[in-house]
Each structure stands twice: as structure tokens, then as C-alpha cells.
Write a protein of this length. Structure first.
Length: 567
């Protein structure tokens, strides 16, 4: 919880400006209480000469109050906007900085829920309430000081019952914290459930399971509303205690003030001032009890955000990689997704600059995993991965991905135009985009669309075929002119002619280090690679040129002829 204070005090000037404005507003309101008492005494005593000055003073107070409230509203809205935006952006950045393994441990609905549901709860129950508590405290102290100057006995009475008013409801605050945490978790769960159900819309329709899915959603929705109801009930009980003690204090002050007036120790105007001041004491007591418990109830949500922000991998990046100069090395590399089975075992491999490599093997042999480690998708492995003799983990992220990019089988598309999906929002001209699209085999697609490269691709490219999406992914890498290009079955959805031409064009680029994972064992392509790496059961079992591996007549030889027999 305490780590959230860095966000609360991020904009210190606005924070303390708000305290100043609410202090001025509180003083202005209390000033009116005294004006009411003075006006009554002026009329009671027949002091006509004081009437005009007191009216002018009241008008001045009204103007001050209006200006103060306006400034207060402006300052508060600016503070909330800046603080919430900073908190949400910082959390989003921390999520992006997670490695793939950490990110995948949680449903992405959890992150969405934190970014919107939990931050909204923090805004309502923490940020807004902090100022309400401060405002109440300021009104309470100012009123108490003035009231003490009039009657210490009344202040003693307020202190005793005000303390009781805090102690008893505080016993329920721990339960409210737990229920508020449950509510947050249930919001997270329904966000994840809803996301999953909408993602599986085609399956739901295709297998006619709408009724079952409705039941699942209804159950999740009911759980959320039940937890919200429990929070509301507890808040009502706490408010009930607060109201009871507030009314007791108010009536007590009224009786004591009336008694003092009856004995002639105070005037009617002073009695009115006492009653008005007691309002600013009773109301803060009643309000603060409820607000403080709401602030406490955010602690579990704050802890969840703290964990997300501060428990990610330590930032150990320290090496720059302005340009890939020499080689990539894998030394005694081993990796496991689960403790029970190793996915990669004792990999020793070198990719030299500007050479072309093909990685082959049956599905599940570890080809894609090897490449994902190189792309730093996972950080927990045994052994070393070095780029130009620099530890992969310690290379600055921006430099790493400036030099290296990967095209996968499943290509993600932003719900934007073809142009933006190719240049990924970078500053490339339309002419550059069109040239790259031509090299990637996208020309026919673009000519067939009425808006050309400005045509929208739909959510995750649902207006495109798998092959068209892969062409766009290839265009992304080509336009960035990365020096290390990795293809993970990237031509699998393309027809043979297009795939052949595209792979040939990449092999023709002299200043490109190319690593291709492929199932298409085509001799005319394979003979062009400097080295073919053959994998089986998470290990490299053969390496060499196409002719060398064929002459060995081992695993690659069998794999090659088996694939060609299938064709």
C-alpha cells in the first residue's frame, strides 16, 4: 500500500495546492458561521451602525468562497487526471516490460481489470477520499479551536464521543478490506471470463453452446454483484455507527450550548455559532470514519498493483548494441518450460554475421523455443546467449530489437490500415511502404482494395487471409532494415511459388543474417544456406551444408527423403 504513495505525491504542487484551496474553503464556510452569530447579535442589541459592514463582509466572503471553489475544482480535476494517467501508464509500461513467460502466467484479462477496474476503485476510494479526509480534518481542527475558545466543556464532550465513534466502526474495517479485495478479484475474473468467451465466439456459435456459456457468464456476474453487495452492507453498517455517534455529538452540543445560553454565559448569536461550529465537527467525524475505512479497503488492491509493478524481473540492461558486428553464440544452453522435462539440452551454436541458417526438425523438437530465447521472450535458462560477446540479458531492449526481428507463424495485426501495420506507426513515406509491399508479394492485394495501403485490416487482421498477414509481417521486418532476421515457419501459409521467391529474395540480401525455421525441405532453397542445423528432442544432432548432411545419410537424410516422399 505504501508504495502507492509515490503516485499520490507525484504531482506535489497540485497536491498541496489542493490542500490550500480546501483550507481556504473551510475557513470561508466557518467565517459564515460567525457572520450568522454576529448578525443575530447585531439585531438583538440594536447595533444598526454595524449592519452595513457585516453585510459587506458577508458579500466578500461569498466572492472568496466562489473563487476558492472554482480554483479547487480546477486543481482537483488536474490532479486526478495527471495522477491516474501516470499510474495507469506506469502499470501498462511495467506489463510491457515483463518477459513472455511472466506475462503468460496470468490471463491478460487480469491486466485489463487492473488498468481500468482497480484504478477506478483507487481513484474513487483513495485519491478522492484522501482530500475529503483532509478537508474534514481541517474543518474539524479549525472549528474545535474556535469552539474551545468559547467552551472547553463542549470540546471535552466532543472528544469523548468522537473517539468512540472512531473505535467501534474501526473493528469492521478489516472485514471491509477483505471484501473489497474479493470484489476486485471477482472483477478481474469476470473481465477474464468475458474476454475468453468473446475470443471463442466462433466456437460458441459453431458448437451451439450459447446456453452453457450464458450460464458461465451469469454465474460470474452473480459472484461480482454478491461481493459488491457485501461491501455495500458493511459500508452501511459503518455509516450507521458513524451517523449514530454524530447525532449524539450534535444533540449533546445543542443541549450544552442551550444550557450556557439559559444561564446567560453566552449570547443568542454565540449559541448559533456553537451550533454551526458543531456541524463542522460532527460532519467530519461522521464522514471521516466512513472515508478512512474506504481508504483502508483499497490496501489489498494496492498490494496487487505493488506486486505487478515491483516484483517483475530486475532491470539489468547495461550494454548498448548500436550495430550487430560479429556473431551470436549459444553456450551450453538448456531450458525447461516445466521442471519435469527439458525442452532444450546443452545447445552450442554460432550464427555468424551475414550468413544464412536453416533450422529443421520434427514438430516439438525445440526449434521455436531456441529462437524465442534468442528473442529474449524467456529469461530463465541455463548457459549463455551472447551477441557480439555481450550477454543477451544485459543488452538494452531498444538496441536488441533494432538489430533483430522475428516473423512468426501466427501474425498479430493491429486494427489499423495495411500501411500502419507494415510501418508499425514509424515515420516511413507511402512510397517506401509501397516498395516494401511489392518485395513482400503484397502488390496484388493492395491493387484489389479500393483504399490501397490505407485499407483497414480489421480486428487482428480478420479481413485478411493467413498468407496475406504473413506477407505483411515480412514487410514489417524488411522496412525496418534489421540486420538479423528470424523466420519461424513464416512462409507456411504462402503458396509454394510465393514462398520460394520470397525466401530466395531474402537469401540474396548480402548484409543480412538470416535464421529460418522451416518444414519445407526444398533442395533448391536448402543448398543456398551456409549451414543447416538439425534438431531432435531438444538437442542439435547434426550441422552442415545440404550436401554434407545428405552424404552423412543420418537423421537429416531420412527427414529430407521422408518429406519429399510425402510431397
Amino acid at each position: 500500500m505504501k508504495k502507492l504513495w509515490k503516485y499520490i505525491f507525484k504531482y506535489k504542487l497540485l497536491f498541496f495546492a489542493r490542500i490550500m484551496t480546501i483550507s481556504l474553503a473551510a475557513l470561508s464556510v466557518i467565517g459564515f458561521d460567525f457572520m450568522m452569530g454576529f448578525i443575530v447579535d447585531i439585531f438583538s442589541n440594536g447595533e444598526k451602525e454595524k449592519f452595513i459592514p457585516i453585510i459587506l463582509t458577508s458579500i466578500a466572503l461569498i466572492v472568496i468562497l466562489f473563487i476558492t471553489e472554482y480554483i479547487d475544482g480546477y486543481v482537483m480535476s488536474s490532479y486526478i487526471k495527471n495522477t491516474v494517467n501516470y499510474l495507469r501508464t506506469d502499470i501498462f509500461t511495467k506489463v510491457l516490460n515483463k518477459d513472455i513467460k511472466d506475462f503468460a502466467l496470468d490471463n491478460s484479462g487480469k491486466y485489463i481489470s487492473i488498468l481500468y477496474n482497480d484504478i477506478k476503485i483507487i481513484e474513487d476510494s483513495l485519491l478522492n477520499n484522501i482530500f475529503l479526509v483532509i478537508s474534514s480534518f481541517i474543518s474539524f481542527i479549525i472549528s474545535l479551536v474556535f469552539l474551545f475558545s468559547i467552551s472547553p466543556a463542549i470540546v471535552l464532550f466532543i472528544t469523548v464521543f468522537g473517539t468512540l465513534g472512531f473505535v467501534i466502526p474501526n473493528a469492521l474495517s478489516k472485514k471491509l478490506v477483505i471484501e473489497r479485495g474479493n470484489y476486485s478479484n471477482n472483477l478481474e475474473e469476470i473481465t477474464s471470463v468475458t474476454k475468453d468467451l468473446f475470443s471463442g465466439f466462433e466456437v460458441i456459435k459453431g458448437f451451439n453452446i450459447g446456453e452453457k456459456v450464458n450460464t458461465i457468464f451469469k454465474k460470474s456476474s452473480n459472484t461480482v454483484e454478491t461481493s459488491k453487495k457485501k461491501c455495500s452492507i458493511l459500508e452501511s453498517i459503518i455509516k450507521g455507527f458513524s451517523l449514530s455517534f454524530s447525532v449524539t455529538i450534535y444533540l449533546g452540543v445543542l443541549i450544552l450550548g442551550g444550557y450556557l445560553m439559559y444561564k446567560g454565559e453566552i449570547s443568542v448569536g454565540t449559541a448559533i455559532i456553537i451550533i454551526q461550529l458543531s456541524t463542522h465537527i460532527v460532519s467530519p467525524v461522521k464522514t471521516s470514519i466512513s472515508l478512512i475505512n474506504q481508504i483502508k479497503s483499497v490496501s489489498l488492491i494496492a498490494d496487487k498493483i505493488d506486486e505487478l509493478i515491483y516484483d517483475s524481473c530486475e532491470d539489468i540492461e547495461k550494454y548498448q548494441l548500436p550495430k550487430f558486428e560479429s556473431k551470436i553464440e549459444f553456450k551450453n544452453l538448456s531450458f525447461s518450460y516445466t521442471p519435469n522435462r527439458k525442452t532444450l539440452s546443452n545447445i552450442n551454436l554460432t550464427f555468424e554475421k551475414n550468413k544464412k541458417y536453416a533450422i529443421v526438425g520434427e514438430s516439438g523438437c525445440g526449434k521455436s523455443t531456441l529462437i524465442k530465447l534468442l528473442m529474449r521472450y524467456y529469461k530463465e535458462y541455463d548457459g549463455e546467449i551472447l551477441i557480439d560477446n555481450k550477454d543477451l540479458q544485459e543488452i538494452i531492449t531498444h538496441d536488441l530489437y533494432k538489430n533483430m526481428s522475428m516473423i512468426q507463424q501466427n501474425v498479430f495485426m493491429f486494427d489499423e490500415s495495411i500501411k500502419e501495420n507494415v510501418k508499425l506507426f514509424a515515420n516511413y513515406s507511402d512510397e517506401e511502404v509501397l516498395n516494401i509491399c511489392e518485395r513482400s508479394g503484397l502488390s496484388n492485394l493492395i491493387k484489389s482494395l479500393p483504399d490501397g495501403i490505407n485499407s483497414l485490416v480489421g480486428e487482428n487482421g480478420n479481413k485478411l487471409s493467413g498468407g496475406e498477414k504473413q506477407r505483411i509481417a515480412i514487410a514489417r521486418s524488411l522496412i525496418n532494415n534489421t540486420k538479423i532476421l528470424i523466420l519461424d515457419e513464416s512462409t507456411s501459409a504462402l503458396d509454394n511459388e510465393t514462398a520460394y521467391n520470397l525466401e530466395n529474395s531474402l537469401l540474396n540480401i548480402d548484409d543480412l543474417t538470416l535464421v529460418v525455421i522451416t518444414h519445407k525441405l526444398i533442395k533448391n532453397i536448402l543448398i543456398r544456406y551456409d549451414e543447416i542445423i538439425v534438431m531432435k528432442d531438444g538437442m542439435i544432432i547434426e550441422k552442415g551444408s545440404f550436401d554434407e548432411l545428405i552424404k552423412l545419410k543420418k537423421y537429416f537424410y531420412s527427414l529430407y527423403y521422408l518429406k519429399n516422399e510425402e510431397i
